[in-house]
Design a binder for this molecule. Sequence first.
Ligand SMILES: *[C@@H]1O[C@H](CO)[C@@H](O)[C@H](O)[C@H]1NC(C)=O
Ligand SMILES: *[C@@H]1O[C@H](CO)[C@@H](O)[C@H](O)[C@H]1NC(C)=O
Ligand SMILES: *[C@@H]1O[C@H](CO)[C@@H](O)[C@H](O)[C@H]1NC(C)=O
Ligand SMILES: *[C@@H]1O[C@H](CO)[C@@H](O)[C@H](O)[C@H]1NC(C)=O
Length: 402
Amino acid sequence: MIPLLFQVLFIAGVEAASKPQMGWNSWNTFKAKINESLIKDTAAALVKLGLADAGYEYVMIDAGWQAHTRAENGQQQANVSTFPSGIKGVADHVHDLGLKLGIYSDSGIYDCDFHPGSWGYEELDAYTYASWGVDYLKYDNCGGFQAGTISSQERFQKMGQALKESGREIFYALCQWGHQFPWYWADQIADSYRMSGDIYASFASDKSGVCQTAYCLNTGYAGVSVLTMIRKMREISPFQKPGSWADMDMLEIGTNTMNEFEEQTHFSFWAALKSPLIIGADITNISESSLAILLNKEVIAISQDELGVAAAYIPDQSTEGSIQVWGGPLSHQYVVLVLNYGKETANVDLKLQNLPGLDQLCNSTDVKIRDVWGGKDLGKFTEDIHLEDVAVHQTKVLLISC
Ligand SMILES: *[C@@H]1O[C@H](CO)[C@@H](O)[C@H](O)[C@H]1NC(C)=O
Ligand SMILES: *[C@@H]1O[C@H](CO)[C@@H](O)[C@H](O)[C@H]1NC(C)=O
Ligand SMILES: *[C@@H]1O[C@H](CO)[C@@H](O)[C@H](O)[C@H]1NC(C)=O
Ligand SMILES: *[C@@H]1O[C@H](CO)[C@@H](O)[C@H](O)[C@H]1NC(C)=O
């Protein structure tokens, strides 16, 4: 018999990561140039724009919040000129808005901007975050003189243990860039894990040194485009499961680097592949069309579906270099993504019987289909689905029900 207190803690712990986390993070737009008013303004915007109600609940302060040294008692401390209320003050403010606060540290001696990392201080830092009311930790992989001698698993596990013993439920998000294939082991220590080096605000162009598949490493600072991130998930999506989400990195929607179809594609894949949905744009000045994409209730529902199964790549229905088809079950429906990543508008034919797992949901081949971005029901289908005029870089998201 497990004592009641522990049962409650256990259930609460499972809940936090039972669905891919949603929120906003400062890094993509602001890098380390952040401050308290930026974080508070963004938290206010999340509420005002309806993003908080749509599920974006974590406000995440990435690198740049710390002073350059630890305090005399050894604790990490915020830079008092940029965060005059300290992290505790910001956490209280964010909590009053009904949101949760995320913070950033690093598994090395330094973080990527040479602020004190948590190596050797894991317990103290976890305790400090808990005492400040922090709800989420993004844990990075820089400044590691240890990196060559101590494995990621060991460095990241130490902080995971410290968080568990901190007395507060703190969501633990690994950011070790997909080294050593964390989809095989991160479920033992964390709630989510980055499966690659950083994303880059481009639909299709990678920076140099980016590797195309899951099983090779990016060299140098990554710069992975949206299309390549999707490509890498062909190998990783089957590992997705509640409590251990592969994180395709922040959303570049609203950074004015993609057209509307490209932003829809980006959002569709992050949702259907069960990546965390973490906005990286400046939401205090976001276009209406980008905001509408981030607020699309049907796509968010695909992400947050109870089943927690990611769509899988379907090679039989795809044509390498021009059409990708992905599909998978939701708790009461089946989702299909059809992406045109070729050079011209395309017509696409899908065979219902070639959608793996659909037969487990629907006994007959007589199904109803909804076009999510089109916002309309397409009617009943028996064998084939014919999609007319899928634009370049557009993704059709179809919801199939019996
Ligand atoms: C806070 O940071 C933002 C983004 O870098 C900047 O635009 C703003 O001027 C800063 N505000 C203060 C008070 O420093
Ligand atoms: C605080 O941040 C400012 C602005 O980035 C920087 O100039 C200053 O050195 C930082 N202070 C400390 C104590 O790290
Ligand atoms: C807001 O975004 C637009 C582009 O959509 C840009 O031209 C403008 O400079 C931005 N304003 C601020 C205050 O950042
Ligand atoms: C399909 O049919 C089988 C056998 O007739 C039945 O056991 C099963 O529950 C049905 N599944 C659905 C999704 O209706």
